[in-house]
Design a protein around this ligand. Structure first.
Ligand SMILES: NC(=O)c1ccc[n+]([C@@H]2O[C@H](COP(=O)([O-])OP(=O)(O)OC[C@H]3O[C@@H](n4cnc5c(N)ncnc54)[C@H](O)[C@@H]3O)[C@@H](O)[C@H]2O)c1
Length: 400
């Protein structure tokens, strides 16, 4: 099928695009390359050297991959070009990765808060409005986040896949049950944009019957897939800095370069995780199992396991001998939380979860070691604080 991959030059989008092309789909990557521009602004680079999008596409073709095309387009601000592209190409589906995805970056300043809201909410809304205006029946597969449910206490309850069944008391004492969107509890401006995306989907699905699958993804770890390992020019990005680096990949690269593992707070925060290979596979499964016409938004929890941050640090330390450094937390969040997650939808579709085994952890450490000389240690600390209170705490600690 013809598929648009919005944000297909990014960390999750690039391996997903090559996987879909490999599976025989006709892939068009759409990206405004804003992520590369943010690296320039932050004066940091992916730990792994990444080729330009042109060289990536050339390399993919040279290793025998089904050709993909690239369109440089900003979905948040070039509405007419997006609409024309949909009308000309008539894709069967759009996979939507094209958002500003770092919570710390979204909390850096009022400028980055406003950029994140403007980019993410406008981008998603432009896509929905353009699909309606095109009159085409296009399935949207969107990358959301587990963070929409919030990381407070769920009092031991299992987080369902998007919808919660609630009992509503009536004045006469009777009750009726209803399935509602799970209450949103965003923990950053970035997460807030994802909860707004959910409402946009609910509305356009109800009003215009757009078929949508929203994937509430956990934190992605790992770097490459079998396909991106086929040529150095296909290598995926590896973010390690305090704004874009995600917790497990950061621990693994810190261990690789002999930098004490940065646990913020007590380490009692529990988060959901998924390996990049499973992320890629889930997107394909979602794409190939679309909702029926008229079906409400499908929501899948795209994660394979939950772990406490401190427990992960101890695991990486046991594997590599790295020291652990407990630092003030830049985030305004619960010291500790529980996270029990229902992820049956993907398991029933055939996902065989990749779990956190030592071999895969060691593989990421190896990648990080290979590129250790590209690391700028001054970019490792998390400097974006949620409020002034957290800012004071993190700035009171001398930089390692
Ligand atoms: N990486 C993770 O751990 C993780 C976890 C949960 C959810 N997600 C979600 O998955 C999606 C992809 O994340 P990622 O890690 O690949 O991020 P990324 O920043 O590496 O990739 C996003 C891509 O989208 C592009 N983009 C951003 N705004 C755009 C716009 N207006 N028009 C066109 N292109 C635009 C960027 O240039 C970039 O190539 C995001 O929506 C993110 O919220 C990621």
């Amino acid at each position: 099928m013809k598929v648009f991959v919005l944000g297909g030059d990014g960390f999750c989008g690039w391996p997903c695009a090559v996987n879909l092309a490999d599976a025989g789909h006709d892939v068009v990557i759409i990206d405004n390359l804003s992520r590369r521009k943010i690296d320039i602004d932050l004066e940091v680079e992916s730990l792994t050297p990444i080729a330009t999008i042109g060289d990536r596409l050339k390399a993919w073709h040279q290793v025998g991959g089904r050709a993909m095309r690239f369109v440089h387009l900003d979905i948040a601000h070039e509405y007419t070009r997006l609409l024309d592209l949909l009308r000309d190409e008539r894709p069967a589906a759009v996979v939507h990765f094209a958002e500003q995805r770092a919570a710390p970056y979204s909390m850096k300043s009022s400028a980055t808060k406003r950029y994140t809201v403007d980019n993410n909410v406008n981008g998603t809304h432009n896509l929905l409005a353009a699909i309606v205006e095109s009159g085409l029946d296009i399935h949207i597969v969107h990358l959301g986040t587990m963070g929409v449910y919030g990381y407070g206490s769920h009092r031991g309850a299992t987080i369902p896949e998007g919808y919660l069944t609630v009992e509503v008391p009536q004045p006469d004492g009777s009750r009726f049950t209803e399935k509602i969107l799970h209450p949103a509890s965003p923990g950053s401006v970035y997460h807030m944009t994802k909860t707004l995306d959910q409402l946009l989907f609910l509305y356009y699905n109800k009003n215009d019957q757009i078929r949508i699958t929203d994937l509430h993804q956990g934190i992605v770890w790992g770097t490459n897939t079998d396909l991106t390992e086929k040529d150095p020019r296909l290598t995926n990005r590896f973010d390690y800095d305090g704004d874009y680096g995600t917790v497990l990949n950061r621990f693994l690269m810190q261990a690789a370069i002999g930098y004490p593992l940065t646990v913020h707070g007590t380490g009692g925060q529990t988060r959901a995780f998924i390996h990049i290979r499973d992320s890629v596979r889930c997107v394909q499964l979602a794409l190939e199992n679309p909702p029926e016409a008229g079906e409400k938004v499908k929501i899948f929890n795209q994660m394979t396991e939950s772990h406490q941050v401190g427990e992960l640090a101890r695991k990486v330390s046991a594997l590599t001998g790295a020291e652990i450094n407990y630092l003030p937390n830049p985030r305004n969040e619960a010291v500790e939380n529980d996270l029990i997650v229902d992820n049956r939808c993907f398991i029933e579709l055939g996902l065989k979860p990749t779990t956190l085994d030592d071999g895969l952890l060691a593989e990421v450490v190896d990648v990080a070691r290979r590129w250790a000389d590209r690391c700028d240690r001054s970019r490792i600390p998390c400097v974006s604080a949620w409020t002034n209170k957290q800012a004071e705490a993190i700035h009171s600690v001398p930089v390692a």
